[in-house]
Design a protein around this ligand. Structure first.
Ligand code: TXA
Ligand code: MG
Length: 359
């Protein structure tokens, strides 16, 4: 696949009150069919005019992403939903009313004037209204919905800072708007609204509990299915198991008895060190001291009880271990409640399904 190459300009913006002239410069690039990376409350997006098929193709080319993986259209006002989708069910408006702007993406029937490229030919389109002031200002100034996947190279951990974007996409995006670190740090929750009962396709920054307060009938994609997914694009586009992966191989340790799980991790760390492998441990304040004698590079993501904090730093921590050139990353699984479900999902995908179950 050809790759979109250009000179990348980095522009710092105030994250709360983005400077209008800087936003206007980026919006002009979008209008001309170029690419702008911008912060959202979840992760950075790699944006293009969602109504311009050629611009959307540039996204795929810059990310080196197969054209089988559909992209989210971002809007600044709820009334733009009708510009993108048709047959919008009441339930979609209920969710939009409750959670937009925010980390929620709705999959709806695609309007006929929206280029099929955005959804890789599917009859649907995914729509999200982000809450980040920079994202909002950019979409409003561009005057068009902005198609944007996460601003990372295909299969790499999502970018949560402008520096991460440049690590992956320098000279493949026209402008990077630097608005500091994304607050949530994990992508939006994606819900398919075209089914009889809405189905969560991707757990994310908005928890299932909060969604069910508004729509109790929401169905969760069976998480056991996750580990059965292979590397091929399937009926759940973009949900293949290899995703969010650091270059190092991630091994996810799981099991009910914490002590035994930690013991297994320690033993694996020692064995790998004996085999002259560089080991990284992705852990928490409570457990970091378990690994000090293993010689591994240890990153603590904060308190194990604080899922918000872990989500906020997770992708950056994976990138940091990669930059330390580790061969393997060992990490203990999280409970699948609240935001923990999305954390588990990202870890499982980064591990490409490699789970070490410790009994
Ligand atoms: O938080 C987010 O959602 C970030 C920010 C930038 O908004 N975006 C993001 O985009 O994570 P991306 O492309 O990395 O992930 C989009 C997800 C994929 O799982 C994709 O399969 C799903 O949304 N998706 C997009 N369009 C879809 C469609 N028409 N039908 C089903 N799933 C769709
Ligand atoms: Mg992504």
């Amino acid at each position: 696949m050809d790759t979109y190459t250009t000179h990348t300009q980095q522009i710092t913006v105030d994250k709360d009150n983005p400077q209008p002239e800087r936003i206007a410069q980026a919006a002009a690039i979008i209008q001309r069919g170029g690419l702008v990376a911008f912060p959202t409350e979840t992760v950075y997006g790699l944006g293009a005019n969602a109504l311009d098929a050629q611009a959307i193709r540039r996204i795929y080319s810059a990310k080196q992403r197969p054209a089988s993986d559909p992209v989210i259209a971002h809007i600044a006002h709820v009334n733009e939903l009708q510009r993108l989708a048709v047959e919008i069910p009441d339930a979609a408006y209920q969710l939009a009313e409750a959670f937009w702007p925010g980390p929620l993406t709705l999959v709806l029937v695609r309007g006929s004037h929206v280029p099929p490229e955005i959804a890789t030919g599917l009859a649907t389109v995914a729509v999200r209204m982000p809450s980040h002031p920079v994202a909002h200002a950019l979409i409003a100034a561009a005057g068009v919905p902005i198609a944007a996947p996460s601003a990372n190279t295909f299969t790499r951990p999502s970018a949560t800072t402008a520096a991460h974007v440049l690590e992956d996409l320098n000279n493949h995006v026209d402008i990077v708007l630097d608005g500091g670190a994304a607050t949530i740090g994990i992508e939006s929750t994606v819900i398919d609204m075209t089914q009889d009962n809405p189905v969560i396709l991707r757990p994310g920054g908005l928890t299932v509990d909060r969604l069910r307060e508004v729509l109790p009938e929401i169905v969760q994609m069976d998480s056991s299915k996750l580990s059965q997914l292979d590397n091929e694009p399937s009926s759940s586009p973009g949900m293949m198991i290899k995703h969010y992966s650091p270059r190092a191989e991630v091994i996810l340790f799981d099991g009910g008895d914490t002590r035994r799980v930690l013991a297994a991790m320690r033993q694996t760390a020692h064995e790998l060190a004996d085999a002259h492998k560089r080991v990284g441990i992705l852990t928490t304040n409570e457990e970091a001291d378990q690994f000090t004698d293993t010689g591994a590079r240890i990153i603590s993501m904060g308190s194990r009880r604080n899922y918000e904090q872990i989500a906020h730093v997770l992708f950056g921590a994976m990138r940091a271990l990669d930059n330390q050139k580790v061969d393997k990353i060992l990490v203990r699984a999280y409970e699948r409640d609240g935001l923990g479900l999305a954390i588990w999902d990202r870890l499982l995908r980064s591990a490409e399904g490699r789970v070490r179950h410790v009994e």
